[in-house]
Design a protein around this ligand. Sequence first.
Ligand code: PGA
Length: 256
Amino acid sequence: MRRPTIVAGNWKMHLDLRECGAYLDAFLPRLAGRPASGCEVVLAPNFTLLATMRQPCEEAGVALAGQNCHPQAHGAFTGETAVAMLAAVGAAYVLVGHSERRHLFHEDGDFLNQKVLAVIAAGLRPIFCVGETLDERSAGREQEVVCRQLQAGLRQVQQAAPVVVAYEPVWAIGTGRTATAADAQEMHAFIRRSLAEMLPGGEEIPVLYGGSVKPGNAAELLAGTDVDGVLVGGASLVPEDFYEIVVAGDRAAAQV
Ligand code: PGA
């Protein structure tokens, strides 16, 4: 089976309703005429924007993602959003375990595992993020850390099909420092082997790279045999830049 190429933009806590309108006006028309065999384009806006983005994005073939969710279906969880609520406003994916959630909001492996299971149970696809800190890499522990994150987050997951994994070395996020294409490929190959051991069909799970992906380095990163796409933060906020990365994704998809 051929793994799809996925180019996902994570807007984080940027772009409000007005800015989102201007963004879509600049970004979506560029997508007309892309090859049918192109990459899957995903945008993860703030959840307040999903309902408005749903129709124009659907028409342009752009899938939507929530940036976070709560594992429970409903209840007294002030400020939280259930997966079904995200689905109801058009999300097909949910980011789970982004390093900002792990580090700033202290979300641990068990909690993230509950979220992954909730996303799959609701029929959506988790984009499960893993990645080591600079200290962990300096100590040569990056594979051990990532393996542990995968094992904890994907515990009891039975099917590989809905799962997407994003490798985002923490030291590369928002820093302008990117893993070299060779380092990214090495870790992605390791992740693929680990996923293959963890669950049936695990080798078919798309593994995205994230961390300071820009128009200037996307093609090189995407050239890695085990790099199936990119998760883009800062550069996804600029429609022209994100479009260039989509073009690199289309080229990579054509070569799979
Ligand atoms: P960045 O963010 O591209 O701004 O480094 C990536 C991410 O956090 O997903």
